[in-house]
Write a protein that binds this ligand. Structure first.
Ligand code: HEC
Length: 201
């Protein structure tokens, strides 16, 4: 007489479990996709609208959340000109496309992605090495157009090569870097000291 397999070994039971686990994961994935989209889309709390480049951006320690967070301050238009949302988007997009076409990630990281030869660019706008906060956009412009002639004092002794960036592209990159610095990155990069921050934990 053939014996029935025990309940836990029944094929039908495992098929049912597999179907329920797959269906459950699928629903969870859809939920997480929408949850992430709402946090990563431009114009939200974490990723600010492009027109944030019209404002002062700082990065301060939030004791409640125990991490650094971007703080959006008073009006501080980039290159002294308030831009509309559309103009800001065009400028930031030009910067982003230039960063992609010139492959800055070959040396730098952006939001943690890229190479580790040169500093992370996520908060480059707030880097204390610009020293003069009021004039930093012009210092950045000059640096991007001629990084060899305007090489900064940095401990590594590494130099950024001249990448043939045009004046227009450099304006876009500065806008892109300013916009990116306003992204709430959960405190990334760690231990980053900003240009203006007076208090540090
Ligand atoms: C071949 C490697 C290399 C490439 C490619 C490169 N960089 Fe750099 N970059 C460096 C090095 C090295 C430094 C640090 C030297 C210095 O500050 O003088 C630097 C510094 C910088 C800084 C200052 C960083 C800070 O924290 O303030 C900015 C901004 C910057 N690069 C932007 C760019 C952009 C935008 C691109 C692409 C268009 C790019 N880099 C491509 C090597 C590179």
């Amino acid at each position: 007489m053939s014996q029935q397999p025990p309940n836990w070994a029944s094929e039908a039971r495992w098929k049912k479990i597999a179907i329920w686990v797959t269906a459950g994961s699928f629903v969870l994935l859809i939920f997480l996709t929408f949850d992430t989209l709402s946090k990563t889309s431009v114009g939200g709390e974490r990723v600010r609208a492009y027109s944030v480049i019209n404002q002062e951006i700082d990065y301060r320690f939030n004791a409640q959340k125990n991490r650094f967070m971007p703080v959006i301050g008073k009006e501080a238009p980039l290159f002294g000109k308030v831009v509309t949302e559309t103009e800001a988007e065009q400028l930031v997009t030009l910067g982003k496309k230039t960063v992609q076409s010139k492959n800055c990630m070959n040396c730098h990281t952006l939001l943690g992605n890229g190479a580790y030869y040169a500093p992370d660019l996520t908060k480059a706008w707030l880097d204390p090495n610009w020293i003069d906060a009021a004039n930093r956009e012009n210092l950045m412009l000059a640096f991007l157009k001629d990084p060899v002639g305007n090489a900064r004092a940095n401990a590594s002794g590494r130099k950024m090569p001249n990448l043939g960036i045009t004046d227009e592209e450099a304006h876009g990159i500065v806008a892109f870097l300013k916009w990116m610095s306003a992204i709430d990155t959960n405190g990334f990069p760690n231990n980053f000291k900003t240009l203006n921050a007076k208090e540090q934990p």
